[in-house]
Design a protein around this ligand. Structure first.
Ligand code: SAM
Ligand code: SF4
Length: 472
């Protein structure tokens, strides 16, 4: 089979990263290999996000650039997948007539069949069918050299929560969970190719399996914890209203579950939380945070926050700043509110002017910046278990001459990036391999990462994260 080349632009969240990987795997049997650059590709897929308007604009700007390429090379296949595809459907063809294939969020598993149709001259094709064939991907995990150390695994799709600002339930459909046996066999297959860490993905993992009568999420975690050869488990995202005692206790009981939770709060004001339809209050949230810290001391907590939701006053925003000071998050993703198609908040009046939104965002980011830095500094002097992922960006860009050490990168159990030197050479005995758990003494804290050195015991593998101490 003549090799063909594929380039995928992935915009948005980890779900899209996972979907892009699955599309690439599904197209491999058709002869598609990864292209070195978009210019070398026979097919370009733009895997889109519509959670905020900026992400949507980015998708159309990439499509705009592809128009010229398509004019020069009419055989180039241009596909649009993901949330914007689902939201806009055939309207994409009116804005970008050079597009050959529009694949909605639940149509991407039919990508191989749809691409075959396009290759045989049927274009354009628009497939927005939401019927769930999530398991119909005819794809197997990639070989070890491509699999990497850490991978995402989708355990559920869609969302039933209907937060007032959010487009997800409208473009990703109702919540559907994958059966545990399929999840476990995917993880076992990934582990067989060298993967050591999985992140289980869902918009609200706490309600995993509830509708279908599958096992509850903590039980799924227990089964994943028992997979031989897997070193670490992470998950995202957890809705605060559904965070159960069972899940809080799982952090204490499952040795492979990393001590990190992403628990989006969105606002510190009860009035705004109610307008957002989040269905918890500030005090419920703080109570869950206290329980998590009680069950798993030192757990890293990160969050999402929206500033400038319609009707947000300066006093509401102060309540948000106050909550951030109280919780001391390890990290925070903060966004300016943006109107989205279908989202009920789009119809709310009392929109916050963009200049106020922008000022609030800056103030929030500045506050969090100081907290993140202080929390990173608190780790200085501690020894952390780090999953070695590969060479750091600096190492990759500078290359290496002679005797200088290799610079590696990895993450702590709390999900902080650590760069560390690894002296290499005959007799040094400290060579690190990707996928290894190594002890790293943290020597320096930076704003967004840590710097460390391999522990005295070289590449000694930490047995469990509980052996890894925090600095006093
Ligand atoms: N399911 C997750 C949850 O329950 O929070 C988050 C999913 S959403 C894809 C990721 C983040 O985008 C949200 O947590 C929220 O902070 C942000 N977001 C969603 N809609 C937004 C909007 N209309 N404007 C600004 N930010 C938005
Ligand atoms: Fe959107 Fe809310 Fe569902 Fe998260 S829980 S995806 S914010 S509707």
């Amino acid at each position: 089979m003549q090799p063909k080349y594929l380039h995928i632009y992935t915009i948005g969240c980890q779900m899209n990263v996972y979907d892009s990987e699955r599309m690439a795997m599904a197209l491999a049997p058709l002869g598609y290999l990864p292209a070195l650059s978009p210019g070398d590709a026979d097919m370009v897929i733009v895997n889109t996000c519509s959670v905020r308007s900026k992400a949507e604009q980015k998708a159309f700007s990439i499509l705009g650039r592809l128009e010229d390429a398509k004019r020069r090379r009419p055989d180039l296949i241009v596909a649009v997948a993901g949330c914007v595809a689902q939201q806009e459907g055939a309207r994409i063809l009116a804005r970008a007539p050079h597009v050959d294939l529009v694949l909605g969020t639940r149509a991407i598993q039919r990508i191989a069949a749809r691409v075959r149709q396009v290759e045989s001259g049927h274009r354009p094709i628009v497939d927005l069918d939401m019927k769930d064939e999530a398991e119909a991907f005819e794809a197997s995990p990639e070989p070890a050299d491509r699999a990497g150390v850490s991978r995402f695994v989708t355990i559920m799709r869609g969302c039933d929560n209907f937060c007032a600002y959010c487009v997800v339930p409208h473009v990703r459909g109702r919540e559907t969970s994958r059966p545990p046996d399929l999840i476990l066999s995917e993880i076992e297959a990934l582990v067989a190719t060298g993967v050591r860490e999985v992140t289980l993905l869902g918009q609200n993992v706490n309600s995993y399996g509830a509708k279908e009568g599958l096992c509850p999420f903590p039980e799924l975690l227990e089964r994943v914890n028992a997979v031989d050869g897997l070193a670490r488990i992470r998950f995202t995202t957890s809705h605060p209203k559904d965070l159960t005692e069972g899940l809080i206790q799982a952090f204490a009981g499952l040795e492979k579950l990393c001590p990190h939770i992403h628990l989006p709060v969105q606002s510190g004001s009860d009035r705004i939380l109610e307008r957002m339809n989040r269905r918890y209050t500030r005090s419920h949230y703080l109570d869950k945070v206290a329980k998590l810290r009680n069950s798993c001391p030192g757990i890293a907590i990160t969050s999402d926050m929206i500033v400038g939701f319609p009707g947000e006053t300066q006093a509401d925003f102060e309540a948000t700043l106050d909550l951030v000071r109280e919780v001391q998050f390890d990290g925070l993703f903060a966004f300016m509110y943006s109107d989205r198609p279908h989202a009920p908040s789009t119809r709310l009046t009392q929109k916050v002017p963009e200049r106020d939104q922008s000022e609030r965002l800056q103030a929030l980011l500045e506050l969090q910046h100081g907290i993140t830095f202080a929390r990173n500094r608190a780790l200085t002097g501690s020894v952390q278990e780090v999953l070695a992922e590969g060479f750091s960006k600096q190492q990759t860009s500078r290359g290496r001459s002679g005797a200088e050490p290799f610079q590696w990168t990895g993450r702590t159990p709390g999900n902080k990036v650590v760069n560390f030197d690894c002296p290499a050479g005959p007799g040094v005995g400290r060579e690190v391999r990707a996928g290894q758990l190594v002890s790293v003494r943290i020597e320096r804290a930076l704003a967004h990462s840590l710097w460390g050195a391999l522990g005295e015991d070289g590449t000694a593998v930490c047995r469990t994260r509980r052996e890894v101490g925090h600095a006093a």
